[in-house]
Structure formats: structure tokens, C-alpha cells
Design a protein around this ligand. Structure first.
Ligand code: COA
Length: 368
């Protein structure tokens, strides 16, 4: 049975930084309160025309470069996102087009902030079953578009960004070892964007009531999160057949430092073994774990052979954890040409769109 190795990683965050001091100017809050209650100091905010797929594509190009793959090598793109560009088409299809991943299937995975763990598990299972070789797993968000900037309970928490991982098949043992996924829909209303779906389609009324923004019962979500983080980590480790001492790093969803501290206490693991970067990005939902992986890889914390745990929770309610062994950069004897692939992808997309129009004219689509 093949193994699913992490062979590429990449991230992209918007340039615009929004600090707690900036927030002090638009809502009644303080840097002190936000740091003390969440650990967050600043977050990145996308430009108005910078979309979820754009951040995802930048992260994906970086991940493909590390893995030394060309877009045509990808069999499947899974985009975990809480802020897709549309109800449909899937944001993953927009990514497929921009990358020129001509052989890839593409779909979005909706499990809120647990989405990246769910997506990694689905991708790893597909590889382990022998049906796929190269899967691109992305977590990408523009949460700033769904935040009510007058609601101090939520707007302090969230940020924008994307992270991407390449999972590759190999006969050599390693890569993803185990995963657990959980859900409890009885808590669905604790964290939700109430309008814009089929239950409450967007209307003047839903917009006036602010139902297209993130609504959250912070206290209940906090209680839930502190309960499940340690529990899911333990389950994943048990299912991997390893011990807590074997785990070098825990890479948690970056929602709130107090939640991560509670998990550390619950697991009796020092906070130093957790990868934490939420002070700079806030909660980027599905993107938070892959961004943290990228930073831990690039500063050398993650070393070849290290065992680590990803653990997260989110709306749904959903939660889960995954254990893996770090592979690192693979030796490759072929040369890749990222600039050329970008050019080909753009040209191909343009020509495909043009051809679809010409076909429409030939077959009388626009003749009424
Ligand atoms: N600045 C200053 N004061 C604030 C504030 C802000 N941004 N937000 C709330 N407050 C005030 C409240 O008005 C309240 O004041 P009061 O006691 O005078 O009524 C007080 O702080 C406590 O509010 P509460 O909402 O009960 O705070 P809390 O202890 O639950 O902390 C969160 C709020 C959001 C930090 C916390 O609930 C949390 O992190 N929850 C988890 C959220 C999360 O992770 N969501 C994403 C999941 S993927």
C-alpha cells in the first residue's frame, strides 16, 4: 500500500496588515484586551480585488515549486475553504484553471476551520488506496469579506491567507500516519453565516439584518474548543500507534492562544512544542494550519523524520486531528520552470474561454 508524503508546501498572505491599534480606531476595544483574550496582535487583510482563489493559487505555485512538480502532474485539487468565491462553481476549479492543472479533478471541502485536516485525510486516503499519485491540498480564505467590522466580538479574530500542501505517493514508509474526524451539528448555530445559502437566500431583509456576516457565540465555541483539542490529539496519536513523547510538534488551528494553552495543559505538553503564529495572522480558518506548517518548515523547526500532529476545530461543529511524519524536500533529477508554467496556464485559460465562445457561436448558443 503506498504512503502519502508531504513533499511540497507554500503560503500566501495579503500585504495589508491590520493591527489591534488600527482596530481601536474603528471599534471600542484595546490592544491589551485583544492580546490578553486571544493572543492576536495583527492580521492580514486582502485587497478588495484579491480573492480566495488568487491567494490559493500563489500558495499552490510555491508548494509545486518545493515539490518540483508541474501543474499537469496534479491528479486532484481539494480546496478547503469557509469563504468560497461562489456557492458554485467550486473555488478549486478556479484554482485548477489558473494553474493549468489539465489532468486534475477539483472540488471544495466545507468543514469550516477543520477543513484542512479533513482535506488532508481525504487526499491521503485517495493516495493510500492507490488511485491517485499527486494531490494538492489547499486551505484558503478571505474572511475579511464576511466579517462585520462593527462587531467587536468577531472582527478582532479573523484574517486572510492561504496555505497549500502537495501530497505524493511513495512506497517508502512515512507521510500521513493517521487521522480522526468528528462532527456535532447540534452546535451548528454557534458559529455561522446565516444568510446566502438555500435556507435564507440573500435578500434586502437578510442584508439589513446583517445575516451575511459571521455570527458567533464566542463563549460556547471557546468551551467546545478547549474540550476537543486535547481529546482529538490523543485519539490521533493512539490510532497512529505512537506515544506523545514521539511527537516533536503539535500544529494547532490558530484561533486563540488561550485555547492552545488549554490543549497544552490537557496533554501535559509544554507550549514550546506547539507551533504558534496567531499573533501575526489571527484566525485564518482553513489556512491557519498550512501557513503554520510552512513557517515551521522554512525556519527549520520541522526536520526530516519528525512526527507531528495537526489538530483543529471549527463551525459545524467539526473537529479532528492528523498525525504525520515530515518528509522534507525530495531530491529530483528533473528541472521545473515555474515562470513558463504560469505563462502556459494563462494562455491556455484564455484560449479555452475563447474556444468555448467560438463553439457557442458555431452551435448557435447565442442566436436566441
Ligand atoms: N474588546 C473589548 N471588550 C470586548 C471585546 C473587544 N473586542 N469583545 C467583547 N468584549 C467585552 C464584552 O462586551 C464583555 O463585556 P461585559 O462583561 O462588560 O459585558 C466582556 O468583554 C466579556 O465578553 P465575552 O464575549 O463574554 O468574552 P469572552 O471571555 O468569551 O472572550 C472571545 C471573547 C471571542 C475572545 C472568546 O469567547 C473566544 O475566543 N471564543 C472562541 C472564538 C473562536 O475561536 N472562534 C473561531 C472558531 S474556529
Amino acid at each position: 500500500m503506498p504512503f502519502a508524503h508531504i513533499t511540497g508546501w507554500g503560503m500566501a498572505v495579503p500585504e495589508q496588515v491590520l493591527t489591534n491599534f488600527d482596530l481601536e480606531k474603528i471599534i471600542e476595544t484595546s490592544d491589551n484586551w485583544i492580546v490578553e483574550m486571544t493572543g492576536i496582535k495583527e492580521r492580514r487583510i486582502a485587497e478588495k480585488d484579491q480573492t480566495t482563489s488568487m491567494l490559493a493559487v500563489e500558495a499552490a505555485w510555491n508548494a509545486l515549486s518545493v515539490a518540483k512538480l508541474k501543474p499537469a502532474d496534479i491528479d486532484l485539487i481539494i480546496c478547503a475553504t469557509s469563504t468560497p468565491e461562489y456557492l458554485f462553481p467550486a473555488t478549486a476549479c478556479l484554482i485548477q484553471d489558473r494553474l493549468g492543472a489539465t489532468k486534475a479533478g477539483a472540488f471544495d471541502l466545507s468543514a469550516a476551520c477543520s477543513g484542512f485536516i479533513y482535506a488532508m485525510n481525504m487526499a491521503a486516503q485517495a493516495i493510500r488506496s492507490g488511485s491517485l499519485n499527486n494531490v494538492l491540498v489547499i486551505g484558503a480564505e478571505t474572511l475579511s469579506q464576511f466579517v462585520d467590522w462593527s462587531d467587536r466580538n468577531t472582527c478582532i479574530l479573523f484574517g486572510d491567507g492561504a496555505g497549500a500542501i502537495v501530497l505524493q505517493s511513495s512506497e517508502i514508509p512515512g507521510g500521513v500516519i493517521s487521522a480522526v474526524m468528528h462532527s456535532d451539528g447540534s452546535g451548528a448555530d454557534l458559529l455561522t453565516v446565516p444568510a446566502g445559502g438555500s435556507k435564507n437566500p440573500a435578500s434586502e431583509e437578510t442584508i439589513r439584518a446583517g445575516m451575511h456576516y459571521i455570527h458567533m457565540d464566542g463563549r460556547e465555541v471557546f468551551r467546545f474548543a478547549t474540550r476537543v483539542m486535547a481529546q482529538a490529539t490523543r485519539e490521533a496519536i493512539l490510532s497512529a500507534g505512537i506515544l506523545m513523547e514521539d511527537v516533536k510538534w503539535i500544529i494547532p488551528h490558530q484561533a486563540n492562544l488561550r485555547i492552545i494553552e488549554a490543549a497544552a495543559r490537557g496533554l501535559k505538553v509544554p507550549l514550546e512544542r506547539f507551533v504558534v503564529n496567531l499573533e501575526r495572522y489571527g484566525n485564518t480558518s482553513t489556512a491557519s494550519i498550512p501557513i503554520a506548517i510552512c513557517e515551521a518548515a522554512s525556519d527549520g523547526r520541522l526536520q526530516k523524520g519528525d512526527k507531528f500532529v495537526l489538530v483543529g476545530f471549527g463551525a459545524g461543529l467539526t473537529w479532528g486531528a492528523l498525525t504525520a511524519q515530515w518528509t522534507g524536500v525530495l531530491e529530483a533529477d528533473h528541472v521545473i520552470r515555474p515562470t513558463y508554467y504560469r505563462f502556459i496556464a494563462r494562455t491556455r485559460s484564455f484560449l479555452r474561454r475563447l474556444w468555448l465562445r467560438i463553439e457557442g457561436i458555431i452551435w448557435g448558443r447565442n442566436t436566441g
